[in-house]
Design a protein around this ligand. Structure first.
Ligand SMILES: Nc1ncnc2c1ncn2[C@@H]1O[C@H](COP(=O)(O)OP(=O)(O)OP(=O)(O)O)[C@@H](O)[C@H]1O
Ligand code: SF4
Ligand SMILES: [Mg+2]
Length: 319
């Protein structure tokens, strides 16, 4: 039987801003087994990064987790003290490749020093031991280990992203969250980074949560896919459920907007309108103002229906 690695239940993370409460993550549920990868897709502002920050307990102010459970390896990590979480879970258990991280490498330190620092802090390695480990990590992500002495400005965008991936793997965590790891890279480098993530997943047996607004990238790696809309999961299932049998009108709209190279030639479609303001979302189904199937019922919160085993959809059409 597969071993459960992560279980998120009823998670709510809100930002308490001067303009009101932004319900960025508003009742999210999903689970992930060891070695499995999950893709999280959805338009800008739907709460993907906030969900990731919640899992690694780094929600920036004025945000905070207001409800729910995040169980990692059987333990609700929201019950741990910050000290306990920092020592035992963050980076060792769950690490994250932050959105835009490759541009946040420290320009005055070599990449070797930046990778080593993690081992010096968390594993009490000497500087020499840590540098040796940094070389191994660079090799693992496809960079010549002699580059330990390079500074970030001496590397290409793709190489910088590989360094950031090496840092996330430094303590060999069983779960890595990658938030838009290929945005701002050209398509060739994008494909190389996706191949690297796929290889690391297979060789190291790690679980990856890949966040992207691009469903075709997610298809490369994800065993399961969650489609987020307005702070909630609209649809969740195995990749084949989502790509071959999408049920939620929003998922259908997202998939209709991706060109396909194989199969039938069809017109691309798009979703009219804009995502909801999460400080004042519409009542009931948050997708209703943009949904061509919306009816009276949709003014109430849609139920989550299990359409087929492990395939969930939050929509009145299937109730
Ligand atoms: N620090 C913050 N303060 C106030 N509101 C925030 C903050 N960070 C995020 N939000 C709000 O929370 C909501 C979700 O944002 P989030 O960054 O999680 O979206 P996202 O899906 O990651 O978007 P993108 O695809 O653009 O990265 C948005 O409405 C955003 O404005
Ligand atoms: S619940 Fe209603 S508005 Fe929402 S996606 Fe389903 S049909 Fe459309
Ligand atoms: Mg984001």
């Amino acid at each position: 039987m597969s071993e459960k690695l992560l279980e998120v239940r009823g998670l709510k993370t809100y930002f308490y801003t001067l303009k009101g409460v932004v319900k960025a993550v508003d009742g999210v549920d999903f689970e992930l087994n060891k070695g499995e990868s999950l893709g999280i897709a959805g338009e800008s502002g739907c709460g993907k990064s906030t969900l990731a920050f919640s899992i690694i307990r780094l929600v920036p102010a004025p945000g905070r987790i207001v409800d729910g459970q995040i169980s990692f390896m059987g333990k609700n990590v929201l019950d741990l003290s910050e000290e306990d979480f920092r020592r035992n879970v963050r980076w060792k258990g769950i690490s994250m490749i932050f959105q835009g991280a490759m541009n946040a490498l420290n320009p005055v330190y070599t990449i070797g020093d930046q990778i080593s620092e993690i081992m010096i802090i968390h594993r009490n390695y000497t500087k020499k031991e840590a540098l040796e480990e940094a070389k191994k990590l660079l090799e693992m992500v496809g960079i010549d280990p002699r580059r330990v002495k390079s500074y970030p400005h001496e590397l290409s965008g793709g190489m910088k992203q590989r360094v950031v991936i090496a840092m996330a793997l430094a303590l060999r965590p069983p779960l890595v969250i990658a938030d838009e790891p290929t945005t701002a890279l050209d398509v060739v480098v994008q494909a190389q980074i996706m191949n690297l993530l796929k290889k690391l997943k297979n060789e190291l047996g790690i679980s990856i949560i890949l966040i992207s607004h691009d469903l075709s990238l997610i298809a490369e790696i994800a065993d399961k896919v969650a489609i987020m809309y307005g702070g909630k999961i609209a649809e969740l299932g195995l990749s084949e459920h989502i790509y071959l049998n999408p049920k939620h009108p929003y998922t259908q709209g997202l998939l209709g907007s991706i060109p396909r190279l194989k199969g039938e030639i069809r017109d691309l479609t798009w979703i009219p309108g804009v995502p909801p303001d999460l400080s004042n979302p519409p009542p009931g189904c948050r997708f209703a103002p943009r949904c061509k199937y919306a009816s009276e019922k949709c003014n109430r919160e849609p139920p989550v229906i299990e359409i087929e085993r492990g395939h969930y959809v939050a929509c009145w059409l299937y109730a």
